[in-house]
Design a protein around this ligand. Structure first.
Ligand code: SAM
Length: 247
């Protein structure tokens, strides 16, 4: 196998039986950057849990064709599905940083939130999707997290099934997230809510509590929203007794 630092992404439609045709973007990387040759092996993931070790048969100018040598499912995936509802941030780059790292940490679904204190529309969907695909390949997981349309807090609370619902809140009297570890260990689905730069409005916190959310603290320091989101996702992941192995 080539000494690959990243996996390659192909849409599921590119896998036809044992044959895989890599899209143009990946072809360029393989040919011009990595100088791959027929007979080399690479790993491709389809974003839906499919992981394939591939032998390259043919490198053309606009496509690379390979044959599957081994297939696995859900390599690098956690055993808990975490949805993060994240307040849209004034600086797009901060939201994108959050998305990149959240994919690495194993998040299952990202919901950009419109809240009382968010700017109207700061999401570039196509760009965020590309960030997600790059992170998926780099961190060697096999499922591309879902990216929901921006929506209200009420909408995400109504539409998200979860065994545990946590709202990150920097108010001084909140219990630490670590107190929820017992519940988290057994949960299949978790919802984590994080406010934008201006935080959640008190009425939003009340509404979320009425919808079954527990406000939790991430410690005595006021974190930037993207830091808070990543700290919370990581705490949920680390609460799990068992995680699926990497490849
Ligand atoms: N001025 C805002 C306030 O007082 O709520 C600060 C908001 S903070 C920059 C953005 C979001 O990150 C908050 O709404 C909260 O969800 C989360 N957050 C930041 N620090 C936190 C902490 N120590 N514990 C829990 N959540 C925190």
């Amino acid at each position: 196998m080539l000494n690959m630092t990243t996996n390659f992404y192909v849409p599921p439609s590119a896998v036809r039986g044992q044959r895989v045709v890599l899209p143009e973007e990946e072809t360029h990387h393989l040919q011009s950057v990595l100088r791959a040759q027929a007979g080399d092996e690479i790993v491709v993931v389809d974003g839906e849990g499919g992981w394939h070790r591939l032998r390259i048969d043919h490198l053309g100018s606009d496509q690379v064709v390979g044959t599957i040598q081994e297939t696995r499912q859900d390599v690098g995936e956690p055993d808990v599905h975490v949805t993060v509802g994240m307040g849209l941030l004034t600086k797009r780059s901060r939201f994108e940083t959050f998305v990149e790292k959240a994919v690495e940490l194993g998040v299952g679904r990202i919901v950009p939130l419109h809240t009382r204190h968010t700017e109207p529309e700061t999401l570039r969907r196509e760009r965020v999707r590309n960030v997600m695909i790059a992170a998926l390949k780099q961190c060697r997981r096999s499922r591309l997290p879902a990216l929901a349309e921006p929506q209200s807090l009420d909408a995400v609370l109504d539409a998200t099934a979860a065994d545990v619902r946590l709202l990150c809140d920097g108010a001084p009297d909140r219990p630490p997230l670590s107190q929820a570890v017992g519940e988290l260990e057994a949960a299949a689905q978790v919802l984590v809510l994080v406010g934008p730069e201006g935080g959640f409005a008190p009425k939003e916190v009340e509404g979320a509590e009425a919808a079954g959310c527990t406000p939790v603290s991430l410690g005595p320091r006021r974190l930037r929203a993207e830091t808070a989101g990543l700290a919370a996702v990581n705490a949920v992941m680390l609460s799990r007794a068992r995680q699926q192995g990497a490849a």
